[in-house]
Design a binder for this molecule. Sequence first.
Ligand code: GLN
Length: 187
Amino acid sequence: METIGVLALQGSFAEHMQALRKIAGINPILVKTADELARVDRLIIPGGESTTIGKLLNTTGLSINLCKRILLGMPVWGTCAGLILLAKKIDDEQPHLAVMDICVKRNAYGSQLASFECQKLIPEISNTPINMVFIRAPQIISVSGTTKILAEYEGKIIAAQQNRMLATAFHPELTADLSVYNYFLRL
Ligand code: GLN
């Protein structure tokens, strides 16, 4: 049985755990230490506050281990703040993992009040539209290298994939739709 980790330094890790518990045949665990990271086959980096998660990744020393695992091919999925942490380039200077060839703008839709929901089809992921919740979401400004754009909304990139790195600007853990989880588990 595969062990799926959810990085649990800050943010919506409990909601991701709840969603993962609905999927049969996997063992979801919280990851706060290097030992826990060593046990997982895949990792989700949740939404939250990317500056806080980035600092904690550094102070816990998890950052180096995590970068190594990702570069060795461990599948990783960043949602919202998690997407920001994966990006090689961020508009703000802040600690991040810098592993994925995407350039990201934080808080691109404005404040918390500008949070919104939409429905969008991502053919690679599901044959029905996916419910998407955006909360102080980032935008992917550009992709490079082998990164593929998976979805755009109103002309802005909201989901991308590079090899086994998946990045979504929205929060699937806040909806009942498990299609992005199932896609990530197949990577
Ligand atoms: N705006 C947050 C950041 O910059 C991300 C918001 C979220 O993860 N919902 O980290």
